[in-house]
Design a protein around this ligand. Structure first.
Ligand code: ATP
Length: 734
C-alpha cells in the first residue's frame, strides 16, 4: 500500500525534550510503551501539526504547556515544533512538490508559526491544503485516548459534522462557509453602498435640479444670443438707415430754410419803408401840385376877371391905370411894405431904422415908376394887354389842366404804390409762415435725430450689456443677415416687441441666478460619476451576491447529495462492522427531522415585529439494536458495548471515504480478549485503505501492526523512541 505519511518529528514538544523522529514503514504502525511514557503525546503531536486550535484536546491550557518544560537532566526549551512529512508523489496534497513538509512551531509567548516546505504560511493555508486530502477537521481521524465514544457522546449536530468531515465534505463546507462569509461581506458592502447612495442622493438631486436650471439658463442664453443678434443687427441697420434719412431730411430742410430766409429778407427789403416813403413823396408832390393847381386856378380866375375888365375897358376906351393895375400886384406891394415896416418897428437902432425907411421910400418909388410904365397909353396898349391876358389865361388854364392831369396820375400812382405795399406785406407774411413751418420741420427733424442718437447710445449700452451677459460671441450680430426690405416693410412695433421679449428673457436668466455655474456642473458631474460608480458597484455586488447564493445553493445540494449518499454507505458498513463485533444486532445513523422553532424579532421599542420559522440544521441520531436484548438506545449500553459501537461507527465512517491515515490512541482499551481479536481483524481490514497508527497495550492489536515503536521515559523525563519487535513490544508495553 502506498504510504502517504512518511514520518513525524517532534522536538521540544511536550515530553519529547529531544528531537525524535518516527518513520512509518508499514500500513499499520503500533506504538507501545508504559503508562506516562509519552505515547499520547505523539498522537497530540499529530493534532498539533495538523492545526488543532483546541488546547483542551491536547490536554493543555496554553501554548506554553506544549513546550518541553525541562527536567534536572535537560533544561526547558523555548519552542516546541512538530513536522510531518508526506510523500506527495501521488499528489495527495494539491501542491506541486513530491514531498511536502508541514511544520508547526509554538513559542513560549504563545505565538505560532506554520510552515510548508520551510516557507511560512497561514494556518488557513495549511487547513485548506490538508482538507483537500481529507486530513484534519473534526478529529474523527485522530481518536484520542478515552475518546473512542466521543461520537456517541456528541450532540446530533456535532455528530453530523463528524460524519460530514469523514465524508470529505469539509472542503465543501469550507467553500460554503467562505462563500457565506463572502456573501455576508457582500451584503455588508451592498448595505454600505446603498447607504452611500442614499447619502449622496439628496445632494445629487439638488445638484441635478441646479444643473437643470443652469442648462435651462444656458439654453435661454443661447436663445437670448440668437434673439439679441437679430435684434441688434436690425436695430443697428434701422438706426443707420434712419440717421441717414434724417440727415438728408435735415439737409433739405436747412437749405429750404436758408432759401426762405433769404426770400424773407428780400421781401422785407422790398416792402420795408420804401413803399411808404414813395407814398409820402408822392403825397408831398400831390399836395404841392394841388397847391399849384389852386394857385393856377386863382390866377386863372384873376386873369379871367382882369381879362374881362381889360376887354370892358377896351370897349369903353377909357381905361384907367387903376383899371389895369392888378389888385394882387397892389396887395403884394402893400404886404412888402408892411413887412419892412414891421421889421423896422422891431429895430431899436436908429441907423437901421433909417435904412429901413429908405428901403420903404425906394420901394414906393419903384412901385410908382412901375405904375407909370404900366399905364396904357392907348387902346392899342389895352388891346395888347387883352391879348397878353388872354394868352396868360390860356397858359394858366393849360397849366391848370396839366396840373389836374398830373394830380390824377399821382393819385393813381399812390394807390398803385399802396397796393404794391399790401402785396409785398402779404407775400412776406406767407414767407415768414413758410419759414416758421420749415423751422418747425427742421426742429422736428433734429428732435428725431436726437432721438436716433439716444437710440444709438441705448443700442451701444445694449451691446455692452449683452457682452456682460453672454460674452464676446454677441458680436455675431455684426454678421447677422437681414433680409432685403426687412426694415422698410416691417412695423417698428415688431422690433419693439423683440426688445420686450429680450428683456423678459434677461429677467428670466437673472432670476435663475446661477451664472454659468461651472462649479456646480463640475460637482454634479463628479457626484453623478460617484453615484454611477456606486450603482455599478451595487449591480456588481448584487450580481456577485447572486452568484454566491447560487454557489452556496449548489454546494448545499452537493453536500446534501453526497451526505445522503455517504450516509447510506456508512450505514451499510456500520451494519457489517456492528454485526461482526456484536455477532448480530443492528445500528444505524439517522437524519433527525429538522426541528422548527418560532423566531421573534423585536423592533427598537422592544415590540415583537414578526414571527418566523427557522429550520434547524438536521443532526444525526444513532439507533442501536443489540442482539438478544430487548432494550434499545445508547443509554443502556455497557462501557464495552459503547466502545464497540463507537469503533464500529468510526471504522464504518473511515470506510466510505478513507483518510490517508488514522490514529487510534488506545481505542481498544475497554475490549475483552474476544473483542480485541475482532478489533484487530478490523484494523487489518481498515489498514488496507488507510495508513494506521495505533497506540495500544493490547497484544492482538500489536500483532496486527506491521511495525512497532516503543516509547520509554527515563529518569530525565524525556520520552524516547525505539523500534521494537512484537516479543519486545509486549515487554516494553509493561
Ligand atoms: P498512558 O499509557 O498512561 O496513556 P502515555 O504514554 O500516553 O501514558 P502521555 O500521556 O503521552 O503518556 O505522557 C504523559 C507524560 O508526558 C507525563 O509524564 C508528563 O509529565 C509528560 N509531559 C507532558 N507535558 C510535558 C511537558 N510540557 N514537558 C515535559 N513533560 C511533559
Amino acid at each position: 500500500m502506498f504510504l502517504s505519511l512518511k514520518s513525524i518529528e517532534l522536538s521540544g514538544f511536550k515530553s519529547f525534550g529531544k528531537k525524535t523522529e518516527l518513520v512509518f514503514g508499514s500500513a499499520i504502525a503500533g506504538i507501545v510503551g508504559p503508562n506516562g511514557s509519552g505515547k499520547s503525546n505523539v498522537a497530540e503531536g499529530f493534532r498539533f501539526v495538523l492545526g488543532e486550535q483546541s488546547m483542551k484536546s491536547m490536554r493543555s491550557k496554553k501554548g506554553e504547556d506544549l513546550i518541553w518544560g525541562g527536567s534536572p537532566g535537560l533544561p526547558r526549551m523555548n519552542r516546541a515544533g512538530v513536522k510531518v512529512i508526506f510523500d506527495n508523489s501521488n499528489r495527495l496534497l494539491d501542491i506541486d512538490f513530491k514531498e511536502v513538509v508541514v511544520e508547526r512551531v509554538v513559542h513560549r509567548d504563545g505565538q505560532n508559526e506554520y510552515l510548508l516546505n520551510g516557507s511560512q504560511v497561514r494556518l488557513k493555508d495549511v487547513i485548506r491544503l490538508l482538507a483537500g486530502a481529507n486530513i484534519g477537521g473534526s478529529g474523527y481521524q485522530i481518536i484520542s485516548q478515552g475518546e473512542a465514544d466521543r461520537i456517541l457522546n456528541a450532540s446530533p449536530r456535532e455528530r453530523r459534522e463528524m460524519v460530514e468531515d469523514a465524508l470529505g465534505l469539509k472542503l465543501y463546507q469550507h467553500k460554503k462557509a467562505e462563500s457565506e462569509r463572502k456573501l455576508e461581506e457582500t451584503g455588508v458592502n451592498i448595505d454600505k453602498t446603498k447607504s452611500l447612495r442614499r447619502e449622496i442622493a439628496p445632494h445629487l438631486n439638488f445638484l441635478r435640479s441646479q444643473v437643470e436650471k443652469i442648462e435651462k439658463a444656458r439654453e435661454m442664453k443661447e436663445e437670448l444670443a440668437a434673439r439679441l443678434s437679430e435684434y441688434l443687427a436690425r436695430e443697428h441697420a434701422w438706426i443707420t438707415q434712419e440717421d441717414a434719412r434724417l440727415q438728408e431730411e435735415a439737409r433739405a430742410e436747412e437749405s429750404e430754410l436758408k432759401q426762405l430766409t433769404s426770400r424773407v429778407q428780400e421781401a422785407r427789403g422790398k416792402k420795408g419803408d420804401s413803399a411808404s416813403e414813395a407814398i409820402v413823396a408822392l403825397q408831398e408832390k400831390l399836395i404841392e401840385r394841388e397847391q399849384k393847381l389852386l394857385e393856377a386856378r386863382r390866377e386863372s380866375e384873376a386873369l379871367a376877371r382882369e381879362l374881362g375888365r381889360a376887354e370892358g375897358a377896351l370897349q369903353s376906351t377909357n381905361v384907367t391905370v387903376e383899371q389895369i393895375v392888378s389888385v394882387p400886384h397892389v396887395r403884394s406891394f402893400a404886404r412888402e411894405l408892411s413887412d419892412i415896416i414891421a421889421d423896422a418897428e422891431k429895430e431899436g437902432d436908429l441907423h437901421t431904422l433909417r435904412s429901413r425907411l429908405a428901403q420903404v421910400r425906394e420901394r414906393i418909388k419903384s412901385f410908382i415908376e412901375g405904375l407909370t410904365g404900366m399905364a396904357p397909353e392907348t387902346n392899342h396898349e389895352v388891346e395888347e394887354q387883352v391879348k397878353k391876358l388872354a394868352a396868360s389865361l390860356e397858359r394858366v388854364q393849360k397849366e391848370e389842366a396839366s396840373l389836374a392831369g398830373e394830380l390824377e396820375t399821382l393819385r393813381a400812382k399812390i394807390a398803385e404804390t399802396r397796393e404794391a405795399g399790401f402785396t409785398a406785406e402779404r407775400d412776406l407774411v406767407e414767407l415768414e409762415s413758410a419759414v416758421r413751418e420749415a423751422q418747425g420741420k427742421l426742429s422736428s427733424v433734429s428732435t428725431a435725430r436726437a432721438h436716433i442718437s439716444s437710440l444709438r447710445q441705448h443700442f451701444e449700452e445694449e451691446v455692452r450689456e449683452g457682452i456682460a451677459l453672454i460674452g464676446a460671441e454677441i458680436h455675431g450680430w455684426e454678421k447677422a443677415h437681414i433680409p432685403d426690405g426687412a426694415l422698410t416693410e416691417e412695423d417698428r412695433k415688431t422690433q419693439e416687441k423683440r426688445r420686450r421679449d429680450i428683456e423678459r428673457l434677461k429677467i428670466k436668466i437673472e432670476e435663475s441666478g446661477l451664472g454659468n455655474g461651472e462649479q456646480i456642473v463640475r460637482e454634479f458631474k463628479q457626484t453623478k460619476e460617484r453615484d454611477e460608480f456606486l450603482t455599478r458597484e451595487l449591480a456588481d455586488l448584487e450580481k456577485s451576491a447572486e452568484s454566491l447564493r447560487d454557489i452556496i445553493a449548489e454546494l448545499e445540494r452537493t453536500i446534501d447529495e453526497r451526505f445522503k449518499e455517504g450516509l447510506r454507505h456508512i450505514n451499510e458498513a456500520l451494519k457489517n462492522f456492528f454485526n461482526k463485533l456484536f455477532g448480530g444486532g443492528e445500528a444505524s445513523l439517522k437524519i433527525e427531522e429538522p426541528r422548527k422553532r418560532v423566531k421573534q424579532d423585536a423592533d427598537e421599542e422592544g415590540e415583537v415585529m414578526m414571527e418566523e420559522e427557522e429550520e434547524l440544521y438536521a443532526g444525526l441520531s444513532v439507533s442501536v439494536h443489540l442482539p438478544r436484548k430487548k432494550v434499545h438506545g445508547l443509554e443502556v449500553l455497557s462501557g464495552g458495548e459503547r466502545a464497540l459501537t463507537s469503533i464500529a461507527l468510526i471504522f464504518s465512517m473511515s470506510q466510505v471515504n478513507p483518510p490517508p491515515f488514522l490514529i487510534l490512541d488506545e481505542t481498544d482499551a475497554a475490549l475483552d480478549e474476544a473483542n480485541s481479536k475482532r478489533y484487530a481483524d478490523m484494523i487489518c481490514e481498515l489498514g488496507k485503505k488507510s495508513q494506521l497508527i495505533v497506540i495500544t497495550h493490547n497484544r492482538a492489536t500489536m500483532a496486527a501492526a506491521g511495525e512497532l515503536y516503543g516509547v520509554t521515559m527515563g529518569q530525565d523525563g524525556v520520552s524516547k523512541l525505539l523500534s521494537v519487535k512484537l516479543e519486545e513490544a509486549e515487554r516494553v508495553a509493561k
